[in-house]
Write a protein of this length. Structure first.
Length: 428
């Protein structure tokens, strides 16, 4: 095992540290051991295929239901004349309104004395911690494989807690067990648009974030004698300024949804169910319609954007389902490669053939599952997809099948003309 030491450092980015390498030698597995592992691959592959089928079938139903809910929303949404006047005849209906944000009080982080006229406030805390990274190199040698794993230890700012107990060498790379000040989110009381109070899920959709100016920040919590300063919009709580150590903190604050009446409060557009003076989720086909966007947008624009998002999401799940299906078939058919692994040329040919078969099976079965999902909700489209799924293996089989060579038609035998006998010239 070889080791090398590089010094830690200050600054406010990352710093390098200790590194070492471990070398191991793994003997090649025997034939029967690899066959046994391949049998486990069959079980794992079958589970992957089953999971992919469930994901694809669920996705089609979810996509159709969401599309139906958005279509219903487009038909039934009622535009309120003004968000400043309460409407009684639209109570219980899906409504659309625009207006300015306001709240009953400021949003505040009492620990740091920050109070802002806004709907939301976030405190993001990062800790300077040791982080382990590895690089692996494998070298084929007679009888097995030599593996070299290099471990590197560097200090970086991380918002999650890194446990040094999982390090290959935790000594000298200890991290604190918790954050002195955790990350937190704060919400103002009774955030509303005009006369209509927003639900918590609508408030969560207010995302026009702005950085809090900490220039005039004065209240500092107890830090046990640590140095506290502001730099580049962040609050630092460190043991020694200019020489960062594991456990030092960097804190950022940001707010969204300006509610200051004297400083251009944020305007928003909302689609939700009216319940008296509250805006709540509207239920349709198992989905909730409750949207808030910054600025003035029409109801048609908001719902059209959600429809486009639904289409993109459905294709993303289809791709993930197909990928799981392919990996499932690859795991289930890995035993074929093991059986011919000892013949180099055959191994290459069979491997390529199995790859094509797995691609064909994954694509065809994905179409079948998608078609079955559509048959339940839209029979015509589902039937066409099912025909396409059945036709894919047939067409590919025809393309790969041997071509029949047509025998050439034999010409009938013709007797060659007899050569004329040479007649010498006559002289008189």
């Amino acid at each position: 095992m070889s080791m090398s030491q590089s010094g830690g450092g200050g600054g406010y980015g990352g710093s390098s540290g200790y590194s070492h390498t471990r070398t191991t030698f793994r003997q090649d597995q025997g034939f029967f051991s690899r066959v046994g592992n391949s049998l486990g691959g069959i079980v794992f592959g079958t589970l992957l295929i089953a999971g992919a089928c469930f994901l694809l079938f669920w996705n089609e139903g979810n996509t159709v239901h969401m599309a139906q809910a958005l279509d219903e929303g487009l038909r039934k949404v009622v535009a309120l004349a003004s968000s400043e006047r309460e409407s009684t005849h639209t109570d219980g209906s899906l409504v659309y309104l625009t207006g300015l944000l306001h709240a009953a009080s400021n949003v505040a982080d009492a620990a740091f004395g920050i109070s802002i006229q806004a709907a939301r406030l976030e405190r993001t805390v990062e800790m300077y911690q040791w982080v382990e990274t590895t690089t692996t190199h494998r070298f084929n040698e007679p009888g097995g494989t030599r593996e070299e794993i290099s471990y590197y230890y560097e200090k970086h700012w991380r918002s999650d807690l890194v446990s040094h107990r999982t390090f290959d060498n935790p000594f000298g790379h200890e991290n604190p067990s918790d954050f002195a000040f955790p990350s937190r989110s704060f919400t103002a009381d009774k955030v509303a648009v005009g006369r209509y109070q927003l639900s918590s899920s609508l408030i969560d959709q207010i995302v026009d974030w702005h950085t809090v100016d900490l220039t005039h920040h004065t209240q500092i919590p107890s830090t046990n004698g640590k140095s506290v300063f502001v730099q580049d919009g962040s609050l630092y709580i460190v043991q020694h300024r200019g020489d960062l150590q594991a456990g030092d903190l960097r804190i950022r604050f940001r707010y969204a949804g300006n509610t200051d009446k004297h400083a251009s409060p944020s305007s928003v557009s909302v689609i939700a169910r009216q319940s008296g003076k509250r805006l709540e989720p509207y239920l349709s086909h198992g989905h909730t319609l409750e949207f808030l966007v910054s600025g003035v947008r029409s109801a048609e624009d908001i719902l059209s954007a959600e429809q486009a998002k639904n289409v993109v999401q459905s294709w993303a799940f289809r791709f993930v389902g197909w990928l799981l299906m392919f990996f499932g078939f690859a795991a289930a058919t890995s035993i074929v490669g093991v059986l011919v692994d000892w013949i180099p040329i055959v191994r290459t040919i069979v491997g390529f053939g199995v790859l094509l078969i797995n691609l064909t099976l994954a694509t065809s079965l994905s179409f079948v599952v998608i078609a079955l999902g559509w048959i339940r909700y839209r029979p015509l489209v589902g039937g066409l997809l099912l025909l396409l799924a059945i036709g894919i293996p047939f067409v590919l089989g025809k393309m790969r099948g041997p071509k029949t060579v047509q025998p050439q038609q034999q010409q009938p035998y013709q007797q060659a003309p007899q050569a004329q006998q040479f007649q010498p010239p006559k002289y008189e």
